[in-house]
Design a protein around this ligand. Structure first.
Ligand SMILES: Cc1ncc(COP(=O)(O)O)c(C=O)c1O
Length: 458
């Protein structure tokens, strides 16, 4: 009988991350006047050791021992066969989930929070600022900062702050401070409140607040940390896919379909990037990043240059973007409410190597509830989006009578998102879409920006 979970022994945990920049080209980030950004331009925002990683094109990068030591609290994470979910779906497909919900904060986010805290610490930084959507990233960074003795300040998107009060308690337990965004503490926050005093907030606004507070600290001991989008974040998350490859090797299986939900892209990239070269080298493998139809960055927004934040503090990044002032509707998958997408994921979509999918809110909860009732674990609302895509693929396999193998990143549990489940079960959630008019209006902010070139994989 096949084991339910494939456990990788700790001594076989990957000791290096895979850097996709060794294998693809990216358009450069642009600064004022449309000039490419130099690493030193980013020095007020990030510590130089992380900036070096951001621009590195070394294929393999060693994971420092103190980082491995913290990751070992929960890694390697299990790769589990969702046999009961398969049965509930009546599919011939074999479904595996890489369970990232077993980390202390409950998601994949500490895979990068831990190394980011570590690199800041060794660079002599004492305090980190950040934003958080649903609270998963903020709690991951709070946990990581506690491990390395750093202070942590989190700007949490207002709607999630109100929907998920216990995330704040979690951050405070790990010693961090958490305020709702927009706040009155920064110019970016005050401007957003002046535009709309009742705004639900957005990741773009919260990023502006956190960056502003980091760069305006005159002591020079504060830096900003981003939980997704940037190259070094994608890099740190590749431990998910590298472990998955090892786990599948143990049972002699190769996945046919790789699925992950994508907010800024790091959860998806973490699982998928280690499989990308297989596809480039001709193996038949489908790779699906999944987003909510309410925030259709990959499926409907163009590949443009845009700011990563609302106030325009960040450089222009080449990405699929709905425009930096776009405030997505207050859906419960708060971690997927981001106007942009990581440059690496965007580039691979532009090259046709990834096939983005969008799912509706109700279908995502339906999939999440079916998963909870069959496998027992209650998925985070973000993860439910990926599970809805798994359901579609499992149904396709049934129609085709194919026994394909699907692997999905189970990016987090939903134990602090039960308010969303309560609303879904009471029939109070609706499907939210985006009309062509809304899309055109959102894109207006980037119409005069330069356009990225269409590049091809090396
Ligand atoms: C549980 C969960 N899954 C997925 C995501 C999406 O994150 P990423 O930015 O890695 O795409 C988030 C973001 O907060 C999350 O909390």
């Amino acid at each position: 009988m096949e084991a339910k979970s494939i456990i990788l022994p700790q001594d076989r945990m990957p000791r290096q991350w895979y850097n996709i920049l060794a294998d693809i080209k990216l358009n450069p980030p642009l600064g004022p006047g449309g000039k490419p950004i130099r690493p030193e331009d980013l020095a007020p925002v990030f510590p130089m050791n992380l900036i070096e990683q951001e621009v590195s094109s070394d294929r393999w990068i060693d994971i420092p021992e103190p980082v491995l030591d913290v990751l070992r609290i929960w890694r390697p994470s299990p790769l589990t066969r969702a046999s009961r979910f398969e049965k509930a779906l009546g599919t011939p497909a074999r479904i595996y989930f890489k369970n990232e919900s077993v980390s202390p904060p409950g998601s994949h986010k500490p895979n990068t929070a831990v190394p980011q805290a570590y690199y800041n610490k060794v660079f002599g930084i004492e305090r980190i600022t950040t934003e958080t959507g649903a609270g998963q990233w903020g709690s991951a960074l709070a946990f990581a900062c506690a491990q390395f003795g750093l202070a942590c300040k989190v700007f949490m998107v207002r709607v999630s702050f109100d929907q998920k009060p216990y995330r704040k308690a979690m951050m405070q337990t790990w010693g961090a401070t958490c305020v709702p965004s927009p706040s009155t503490e920064t110019k970016a926050g005050r401007d957003a409140l002046a535009r709309d005093p009742d705004t639900p907030g957005s990741l773009g606004i919260a990023i502006s607040e956190a960056v502003e507070q980091a760069v305006s600290d005159s002591s020079g001991k504060t830096r900003y940390s981003l939980g997704s989008v940037l190259n070094h974040v994608m890099l740190h998350q590749t431990i998910i896919g590298l472990e998955t490859r090892e786990q599948f090797k143990l049972i002699g299986v190769e996945p046919d379909v790789v699925i992950g939900c994508a907010g800024g892209g790091s959860n998806f990239a973490g699982l998928a990037f280690p499989y990308l070269l297989d596809k480039v080298n001709g193996r038949q493998i489908e790779i699906y990043p999944v987003e909510p139809a309410a925030c259709p960055t990959m499926t409907r927004a163009p590949f443009v240059y845009d700011h990563g934040d609302t106030a325009g503090y960040t450089p222009l990044l080449p990405m699929h973007s709905l425009g930096h002032t776009f405030v997505p509707p207050p859906i419960h998958a708060g971690g997927l409410r981001y106007h942009g997408m990581s440059p690496t994921v965007s580039q691979l979509i532009d090259e046709g190597l990834l096939t983005p999918r969008a799912v509706k809110q109700l279908a995502s909860y339906q999939a999440g509830v079916l998963f909870a009732r069959s496998e027992g674990i209650i998925p985070a609302p973000e993860t439910c989006n990926a599970l809805a895509c798994v359901v579609e693929e499992a149904e396709k396999a049934r129609e085709e009578g194919r026994e394909k193998t699907i692997v999905v990143s189970f990016s987090g549990h939903g134990l602090l998102d039960l308010g969303a489940y309560e609303k879904y079960l009471a029939g109070q959630l609706t499907d939210v879409g985006m009309s062509e008019e809304q899309l055109a209006e959102a894109m207006d902010t980037v119409k005069d920006y330069p356009r990225p070139a269409h590049l091809k994989i090396r």
